[in-house]
Write a protein that binds this ligand. Structure first.
Ligand code: HDE
Length: 733
């Protein structure tokens, strides 16, 4: 008979507790514990090379190497009894887990990175002695792309500036180019950085919105602090929503000083030009992606590299004479809110970067990489840009908190490939075992080593620039007061469609601002760029026209600033092929041709598996339930895709009632509508015209290619894709 489970009262009978269940043995291993054939999310690689496995040894151990018999149960007093504090394995496992996270970056917290190689063209010796540029040495690189405002887990396709930080592991030490995809910055002096970031980050009371500039504090700040006008305008343009990290330009922003082997100096601005061209999303697409695939950019970069479509950027410099004024054609080169138009100083290519390997471990590499604008090599020096001066302090400082002490240069991803002979010792997370007794100089115990290296021995000697004798002041030069001529130049350089996007972006962002006075102030500031921009945004917001701050500056356009007008390689572009059940041979052939053109075909069908019919099996990569248009750069429709597996019924309905009664799967209609609205090239053969009819899309609209020959349709769609989008589809004033 079971005894009652009732605790005894103090002083009374001892409690009699009985286990209501029998203790059980640990579960046996499951029958199918074979490793997967493919470890890759895109199914590119098969087999699992040992170096990519989390576990290499047969037996589980503690961090001390002690073999463990059980890691699934805490040590207890009986199977249902209390857990015992003496369980050292439980304590080690939980304690380590409790400390797995480090502080996220205060800005640029969300990022994705890749390894690659930089090959200098060897044509830069006239301007710099940096070996990787002057001699064209092949140099390993690690590049981290990021958004600025969002937290580590925020979505990728938000409207924001993107970081573009490159670590060159050169033979002479690490050189970091910590740049952005926008060539200007919000502020001219680093002392304003906490202000702009406090205004742009989520508001401190409710901590919203996440990863957005569309809120009161951001617009309050940038409308009062008009030196932010230029950067903000770039954010509101298509540059704020890149299609991919692979289609972004990169800029060093500041002017740097290069030094050649003879000591000759020049001033330069650094540029990264993507081989694929500079392309963006459209706003609705970006918003949809934030829900459908918040990792869109991260996935795109990793998938492309894994598929062997290695992204490439040409590295270039705009070169200016190093004059005492440090200006070029009237532009102050120390003002980071200004660019120098490429028409005045062309970007001269000096090398090519190819990203060819994904990180093996996100935390160890992408999270722990520590960039610093002060990581320089001989031949590259900084200028007196006051924004750069503050950054030279900030990056080292922030890493000490983020990476828990001063020894982060020892982390594998941060280690230089040059020899290290420093006299830095001890500190948190010291992993080196420094031998010897003389980490100081001068010393005699180590024979005087290490010696100081002058220029001849490859030492980094700061350029002896003359510093003007001037009073000590908290002030900016008068040239920094011009906040509008360059934003106007940018505006005038955009095509009509790009301008429409800018107007829509300001209207969207300001619609999210609650305080009417802020909205009005922004609209007034926009008048300094262009009266039409100001008037149209006011109209969109339902505001009366605002008083203009004066006549806009008289400036010329810089055509190089527009993203439209050219044609670019289509390598790596994603083509969706919506398969009905007509003419599967055509689907098979088109898919193969897309592959052969270096693009990525994704076959979309009502249900998964492989398409029926003879010939090579055609895998279905997306079902109607999982596919959305935003994944594709262009969409092809093979026949009339019916609702789910019921395609037969569809044809019957057509036969009985004619075209108007045709039932097309609503998820396909949604894809067509979206792709149409987002100005993507669309094509089709077989019964496809019916699908377009039902979707209400005129088959003679711009960028719709309907034909009987599938290969010819693909050819025309590919041609359209070289211009990225069918721009004619956007109504532009
Ligand atoms: Fe940064 N910035 N920044 N920044 N920045 C950081 O450093 C800072 C600025 C940029 O992928 C932080 O390691 C100040 C301009 C990138 O790890 C921090 C100022 C440009 C990244 C910092 C600026 C950048 C950062 C945060 C104003 C473009 C990400 C974490 C003077 C040229 C690097 C960290 C990565 C990151 C400070 C302005 C680019 C706090 C004080 C201008 C790409 O140190």
């Amino acid at each position: 008979m079971k005894k009652p489970i009732i605790p005894g009262r103090p002083g009374g009978e001892a409690p009699q507790v009985e286990e209501p269940t029998e203790p059980r043995e640990p579960l046996p291993p499951k029958p199918d514990q074979r490793g997967p054939d493919s470890y890759s999310p895109t199914g590119q690689a098969t087999g699992m090379p040992a170096e990519f496995r989390a576990q290499r040894g047969a037996y589980l151990t503690t961090a001390q190497g002690l073999r463990l018999p059980d890691t699934d149960h805490s040590l207890k007093a009986g199977p249902r009894g209390p857990v015992l504090l003496r369980d050292h394995h439980l304590r080690e496992k939980i304690t380590h887990f409790d400390h797995e996270r480090i502080p996220e970056r205060v800005v640029h917290a969300r990022g994705a990175a890749a390894h690659g190689v930089f090959r200098g063209y060897g044509n830069a010796a006239a301007i710099t002695k940096a070996a990787f540029l002057a001699k064209g040495e092949e140099t390993p690189v690690f590049v981290r792309f990021s958004t600025v405002l969002g937290s580590r887990g925020s979505a990728d396709t938000v409207r924001d500036t993107r970081g573009f930080a490159t670590k060159f592991y050169t033979s002479e030490g690490v050189f970091d180019l910590v740049g952005n995809n926008i060539p200007v910055f919000f502020i001219q002096d680093a002392i304003k950085f906490p202000d702009v970031i406090h205004a742009a980050k989520p508001q401190p009371d409710r901590e919203i919105p996440q990863a957005q500039s569309a809120h009161d504090t951001f617009w309050d700040f940038v409308s009062l602090h008009t030196e932010a006008t230029h950067h903000t305008l770039w954010n509101m343009s298509d540059r704020g929503i890149p299609r991919s990290f692979r289609t972004m330009e990169g800029f060093g922003v500041h002017t740097f000083r290069l030094v050649n082997a003879d000591g000759g100096t020049s001033l330069v601005k650094f540029h990264w030009k993507p081989r694929m061209g500079v392309h963006s999303l459209v706003w609705e697409e970006a918003q949809l992606i934030n829900g459908i695939d918040p990792d869109f950019h991260r996935r795109d970069l990793a998938d492309a590299i894994e598929a062997g479509a290695f992204p490439e950027w040409e590295f270039g410099v705009q070169v200016f004479p190093d004059t005492p004024e440090q200006t070029f054609e009237g532009i102050d080169l120390l003002d980071p809110t200004k660019i120098v138009p490429e028409e005045l100083a062309p970007v001269q290519p000096i090398g090519l970067m190819t990203l060819n390997a994904n990180p093996v471990n996100y935390f160890a590499e992408t999270e722990q990489v520590a960039f610093h604008v002060g990581h320089l090599v001989p031949g590259i020096d900084v200028t007196d840009d006051p924004l750069l001066a503050g950054r030279l302090f900030s990056y080292l400082d922030t890493q000490i908190t983020r990476l828990g002490g001063p020894n982060f240069a020892q982390l594998p991803i941060n280690r230089t490939h040059a020899q290290v002979n420093d006299l830095l010792r001890d500190g948190m997370h010291q992993t080196a075992v420094h031998a010897g007794a003389a980490p100081y100089r001068p010393n005699s115990l180590d024979g005087g080593c290490p010696f100081q290296a002058g220029t001849a021995a490859g030492g980094y000697v700061e350029t002896p620039v003359q510093v003007a004798a001037a009073p000590r002041v908290r002030a900016a030069p008068a040239s920094f007061d011009d906040h509008f001529s360059q934003p106007r130049m940018f505006w005038l350089s955009l095509s009509p469609v790009e301008r429409e996007h800018v107007i829509a972006a300001y209207t969207f962002e300001l619609s999210k601002v609650y305080e009417p006075a802020i909205r009005e102030r922004v609209v007034r500031v926009l008048g300094g760029i262009d009266p039409r921009l100001s008037a149209q945004v006011a109209e969109g917001l339902g505001l009366p026209a605002q008083e203009q701050p004066g006549k806009p500056a008289s400036v010329s356009a810089s055509p190089a600033l527009s993203q439209m007008g050219g044609t670019w390689p289509i390598t790596g572009r994603v083509i969706g092929i919506v398969a009905g059940d007509d003419d599967l041979d055509a689907v098979r052939r088109v898919r193969q041709e897309v592959f052969e053109a270096g693009m990525v075909p994704l076959v979309v069908a009502a249900s998964g598996g492989v398409l029926p019919g003879g010939g090579d099996p055609v895998p279905v990569q997306r079902t109607f339930a999982a596919a959305r248009s935003v994944e594709f750069d262009a969409l092809l429709v093979a026949g009339a895709p019916g609702p789910g597996k019921d395609a037969r019924g569809v044809r019957d309905a057509k036969a009985a009632n004619g075209k108007a009664a045709m039932v097309i799967d609503p998820r396909v209609l949604l894809m067509l509508h979206e792709a149409y609205r987002h100005a993507k090239p669309l094509g089709g053969w077989g019964d496809a015209a019916t699908a377009f009819d039902v979707a209400g899309i005129a088959t003679d609209a711009p960028g719709i290619v309907i034909g009987s020959d599938a290969a010819a349709v693909l050819g025309e769609v590919t041609e359209l894709l070289t211009r990225h989008r069918v721009w004619d589809r956007f109504p532009a004033a």
